[in-house]
Design a binder for this molecule. Structure first.
Ligand code: ADP
Ligand code: MG
Length: 359
């Protein structure tokens, strides 16, 4: 129980959905858990219950073994007693206060020298020196975000809660701050829960991932485990797997499964039972395209396909293929040119057995 965050709760909204969440996460210094899922999944609801801003109808929350909320004993600690640092989507900085006043806002109980010292060290830590006297509208989006983070940290929180912390920023600053925020969260040494619907943000920031959809928790685990081994279709989709095909496991031999998908037999390196119906999930980045005349590679799976369409995505190109079933690949612009990819062109798609996931 020490160093964990245990949540088991049910929050009902009148005339609306019920959000249910049951999970246990490591909550050690600098460790970041991400609540991840599409809009409406219930992420913010869980975060608000953690903060003490919402009261679940049923359940309990334990932080490092301390009960924060327990509906059976009617225990409910208010936010200040939980000592959580909060940062919302829109930062909610007070527009009429300076950056420094914003940061010191929650420290009313402390003597003035201590308040000043805390905000001074946070301005240094977050590279905000010189901006103490500015009001929010005189700061860039990234600077406002860091001031809001400084304010959340000023109370020396036991747990930091961030709701879509980068969503108010334009795309270039979002990309830059993703990396910076990751470094900061590790450095700060406070266990953190971040809400996001953004896959890149989840991957960049998280150690642990809680995949949510439609008011329920689908899967909990280290980020890489959830992305590499989604336990159900909803999670596979959320983590960006574009090719999902129904198939049947024909046989298992030496750890390899042969799966019948449409007209083809594919090889996967996954535990499975002969005869079971599965979904074959394939990440577009794991599919390599080559010319049909090229010498075969060591990849276990090799399919003759026709290019259906090409769509540019930044430096990459998304290639929709017909292999007797729909298949998606994502390749560089360079390989697109080199292979002369165009609608109707015949190509060979190859992918290794470990990249074929069975759900
Ligand atoms: P997310 O943050 O994942 O987008 P939310 O936790 O905000 O999702 O919402 C989960 C569900 O609960 C949604 O269907 C939303 O409409 C509903 N909901 C959230 N807050 C309220 C509320 N105060 N009253 C009624 N329904 C709500
Ligand atoms: Mg939300």
């Amino acid at each position: 129980m020490a160093n964990t965050l245990v949540v088991d709760l049910e929050k009902r909204f009148l005339g609306g959905p019920t959000v249910r969440a049951s999970l246990e996460l490591p909550a050690t210094p600098g460790r970041v858990a991400v609540l991840f899922g599409p809009s409406g999944a219930g992420k913010t609801t869980v975060l608000r219950c953690l903060a003490g801003l919402d009261r679940p109808e049923r359940g309990h929350i334990l932080f490092h073994g301390d009960p924060w909320c327990d509906t059976t004993t009617r225990l409910f600690l208010p936010p200040q007693q939980r000592r959580v640092g909060l940062l919302f989507q829109d930062y909610a900085l007070f527009p009429h206060l300076t950056a420094e006043q914003n940061v010191q806002y929650g420290l009313g109980d402390l003597p003035a020298p201590e308040r000043r010292e805390r905000s001074r060290s946070l301005f240094a830590l977050l590279h905000l020196e010189g901006l103490e006297g500015r009001r929010p509208r005189e700061l860039s989006g990234g600077q406002q975000q860091r001031v809001a983070l400084a304010r959340a940290l000023a109370i020396r929180p036991r747990l930091l809660l961030l709701d879509e912390p980068l969503s108010a920023l334009d795309a270039p600053s979002r990309e830059q701050l993703r990396g910076e925020l990751r470094r900061l969260l590790r450095e700060l040494g406070v266990p953190t829960v971040v809400v996001t619907h953004d896959r890149l943000e989840a991957l960049a920031l998280g150690d642990d991932l809680v995949a949510m959809e439609g008011g329920r928790v689908c899967q909990v685990g280290p980020v890489a485990d959830v992305f590499n081994h989604p336990s159900e279709l909803a999670v596979a989709r959320m983590t960006g797997i574009e090719t999902v095909l129904p198939g049947t496991v024909l046989k298992r031999e030496a750890g390899l499964a042969t799966v019948e998908v449409g007209p083809h037999h594919l090889t996967a390196l996954e535990p499975s039972h002969e005869g079971s119906a599965v979904f074959v999930c394939l990440r577009a980045e794991d599919v390599t395209l080559g010319s049909p005349e090229a010498t075969p590679t060591s990849a276990r799976n090799r399919l003759a396909c026709t290019v259906v369409s090409l769509s540019p995505e930044g430096a990459l190109v998304r290639v929709a293929l017909d292999a007797g079933f729909p298949l998606v690949a994502r390749v560089t612009r360079y390989s697109t040119e080199e292979l002369g990819l165009a609608e109707g062109r015949a190509v060979t798609a190859t992918f290794k057995a470990p990249s074929v996931r069975l759900v």
